[in-house]
Design a protein around this ligand. Structure first.
Ligand SMILES: [Zn+2]
Ligand SMILES: [Zn+2]
Ligand SMILES: [Zn+2]
Ligand SMILES: [Zn+2]
Ligand SMILES: [Zn+2]
Length: 352
């Protein structure tokens, strides 16, 4: 703290004991050396002790003691000019008010303009910054940052906003494109999920409308139709990876009363009698001159010609004659050899 003698009012009668032996200014927040009983500004003695610890500049044996309240009260009587006197401050402050005045209240302290970085008196700063051309301003509408001295025309502002919204539109369009791709992937994944979901086991009452977007019907004949091995083999050229085999009751019905899904190679099976092949949780068989069909893998097939398994999983069996008769069963409904109401259905994926 610069409290040089010249700044102290009525400085002619200042006794040396009020001055710091290091900086020769009026003691500022002093502490005492207990050994020699001299006072120093706290800042001054700390600087010395940093270089030579425990060495008093006067008596060599420094031992710190706080300044006596009586002496401090005497210091408080001094009146001191503000350090900003040369800038125009005429204030004379009591010892205790000096620091706060100079650091916070004095209107004549120097501040740096946020624009031109020049030193400006605190009292003039607000007005200066209002007019300083270097001050940066951000337009609230178009977010352009420009210097106060530069003009921000309405047309420029509009063009900026247009640019910004164009950029936004572009990024939104990109986002939409990405989303569309994701949706396509998801749809593909869902189709697959549908496949695996169905392949778990024999299912009932599946709506064709839920399949129609991803599946084509490649075989649709009444149960009275006499299915042959050749017919089934010929379907393979139209098949993608999987087939759904099922039965619908009624010419206009859209519900697969019973169905199962499996790989297309099912149509190429050449099963020995009652020796099915397991795909997922389903047993499949295509036995020449006998029958084609499926049953849950937990059960056995019981074909004379077609599967007439009765007790176990009756409702989960499908079996079509391949021996010149139509029919035979769709779940528990049997004896459909000449039935025109029930339909034999085979489907395959549109894609993959
Ligand atoms: Zn000092
Ligand atoms: Zn000392
Ligand atoms: Zn001042
Ligand atoms: Zn400025
Ligand atoms: Zn603007």
């Amino acid at each position: 703290m610069d409290t040089s003698k010249e700044r102290i009012k009525n400085n002619s009668d200042i006794d040396d004991e009020y001055l710091c032996p290091i900086c020769f200014h009026l003691l500022w927040k002093p502490v005492e050396c207990q050994n020699c009983q001299r006072l120093f500004c706290k800042i001054c003695i700390d600087k010395c002790l940093k270089e030579k610890p425990n060495v008093c500049p006067l008596c060599q044996h420094y031992q710190e003691k706080r300044c006596s309240p009586v002496f401090y009260a005497l210091l408080c009587k001094f009146k001191i000019e503000c350090e900003n006197k040369q800038n125009g401050c005429k204030d004379i402050l009591l010892y205790e008010s000096l620091e706060k005045h100079q650091q916070e209240q004095c209107q004549y302290q120097m501040k740096i303009c946020r624009g031109c970085q020049k030193n400006i008196l605190k009292k003039d700063l607000e007005q200066h910054e209002q007019n300083c051309g270097e001050i940066k301003i951000e337009c609230k509408r178009c977010n352009l940052v420009y210097k106060q001295k530069e003009k921000h025309e309405q047309l420029d502002c509009l063009m900026n906003m247009l640019d910004r919204s164009n950029k936004k539109t572009e990024s939104l369009e990109k986002l939409v494109e990405n989303l569309q791709q994701s949706v396509q992937k998801l749809e593909a994944a869902m189709d697959l999920h549908l496949l695996t979901g169905l392949s778990l086991s024999v299912v009932h009452d599946v709506s064709l409308s839920s399949l129609i977007s991803a599946w084509n019907t490649i075989y649709d004949f009444p149960y009275s139709h006499k299915t042959t091995v050749e017919e089934l083999r010929a379907l393979r050229s139209q098949c993608k990876k999987h087939i759904i085999v099922g039965a619908i009751q009624g010419s206009s019905s859209m519900i697969l009363k019973i169905a199962a899904i499996g790989p297309s190679e099912i149509l190429s099976l050449d099963s020995s009698l009652n020796q099915p092949t397991k795909f997922g949780n389903v047993h499949w068989y295509l036995t020449q001159s006998k029958s084609f069909g499926f049953a849950p893998s937990s059960t056995t097939i019981n074909c004379q010609s077609a599967d007439n398994g009765e007790k176990d999983n009756s409702e989960n069996r499908l079996s079509w004659h391949l021996d010149g008769q139509g029919g035979y069963r769709a779940g528990a409904v049997k004896g459909l050899n000449s039935n025109d109401e029930w339909r034999k259905i085979i489907m395959t994926e549109k894609h993959y």
